[in-house]
Design a protein around this ligand. Structure first.
Ligand code: NAD
Length: 356
């Protein structure tokens, strides 16, 4: 029987509560689909600062590197807000992404049918089911390029540089084409090739990689147009691939279309397809410890893990179907509407398990 080694980084705030429910669901899926999961825990964020003085202890990095995958809750909270930048919980997050070489960030924007009304987009615009996957390059581009301050004609000035190498573009393009092959074979590459030289190299490279995937229909959009199209007709998109900075902005825009922060999962993958899986929301200190956090984003992060790192697509589908079914009748307070039953974090986890 296949056995997977998983590291849990429960983190701070609601992190431990939501990860516990996701583990419960993963164990149920493992029983049902005939595999086993071995868990180890490690510290990241505020809890790591309290225990060791740093947000990302070396032991955490070593454990995560040795695992098949990592599940993260969330980090941060007011207790650590006054620490200097490099000692804050969020520094641990950036550190673990770097240490694991996670260059591909996958951010699905999905609207479950029963939650359609939560979307800020209404009527016909959101008429079709929405299921977009944004593939964002995560370790290159302007966030990592040369930067600095200088004097220009006696005026203080600052600069940041967008730089991409062909291998960097090729590897993220391949992740996106593979993703498209497993979905509807439709890929939109987003750039600003009418203005930026780095975008022209991006576009040339994506076109060259597309020859390896003749079945995928590739089109290109400028980033400003893509931002407009996402709110005008989001149903036209399937997989979107783009650079670090454009992906940062577009993935947030796409996820807001779904209307509920407690529902959105994400994955970051490295060359070996090992990944870090986490909800996109934070540690929600305002509701921590109350047993009312929505665990579905973390549960859906587990389903992404099963699909993209552990090669258990049937188990992933079963979790997604169970979540869709539960939402018809039961909701945590953040997504509650009249006519449904309000449930706690734990009850939501139990309900998903009962439908797998
Ligand atoms: P947040 O996402 O934690 O919370 C924003 C709002 O959404 C809050 O009202 C919260 O109660 C609600 N919310 C979030 N997740 C929810 C869930 N699962 N169920 C129900 N309601 C939920 O963002 P914030 O308040 O800006 O940040 C709080 C802390 O989290 C900060 O320290 C921040 O730095 C950190 N943070 C961490 C991550 C991460 O770990 N990846 C991401 C974003 C923010």
């Amino acid at each position: 029987m296949k056995n997977y080694k998983l590291v849990l980084l429960k983190g701070d705030g609601i992190g431990p509560e939501i990860v516990d429910e996701a583990v419960k669901v993963l164990n149920k899926a493992a029983d049902k689909f005939g595999f086993t999961v071995e868990y180890d825990e490690a510290l990241l964020g505020g809890c790591a600062i309290d225990a060791t003085g740093v947000p990302l202890p070396d032991e955490t990095v070593a454990k995560c590197k040795a695992a098949d995958s990592v599940l993260l809750g969330a980090v941060g909270g007011p207790k650590w807000d006054t620490l200097p930048g490099n000692l804050r919980p969020e520094a641990g997050l950036l550190g673990i992404r770097g240490a694991l070489g996670l260059f591909a960030n996958l951010r699905p924007a999905v609207i479950f049918e029963p939650l359609k009304n939560a979307s800020p987009l209404k009527g016909e615009i959101i008429g079709k089911a929405l299921d977009i996957m944004v593939v964002r390059e995560l370790t290159g581009g302007i966030y990592f390029g040369e930067r600095g301050r200088k004097d220009v004609n006696g005026n203080p000035a600052a600069y940041d540089t967008e730089l991409y190498t062909v291998p960097e573009i090729e590897r993220i393009a391949r992740v996106a084409f593979e993703m498209a092959m497993n979905r509807n074979k439709k890929l939109t590459s987003v750039d600003k090739a009418n203005v930026l030289e780095s975008s022209r190299l991006w576009r040339e490279t994506v076109i060259r990689v597309s020859k390896e995937y003749p079945e995928v229909e590739l089109n290109h959009l400028y980033v400003d147009n893509c931002a407009m199209q996402l709110v005008r007709d989001p149903g036209q998109f399937d997989v979107i691939v783009t650079s670090n900075i454009f992906g940062d902005i577009l993935s947030d825009e796409a996820s807001m279309i779904s209307g509920s922060i407690g529902m959105l999962a994400s994955a970051s993958l490295n060359e070996n397809k090992a990944g870090l899986y986490e909800p996109i929301h934070g540690s929600a200190p305002d509701i921590a410890g109350q047993g009312i956090a929505n665990p579905l984003a973390t549960i859906l992060s587990v389903s992404m893990m099963l699909k993209h790192s552990l090669d258990q697509p049937e188990a992933a589908d079963a979790i997604e179907k169970a979540v869709a079914k539960v939402l018809e009748t039961h909701r945590t307070p953040d997504i509650y509407t009249d006519g449904t039953t309000k449930v706690s974090t734990k009850e939501m986890g139990d309900l998903v398990c009962s439908l797998i």
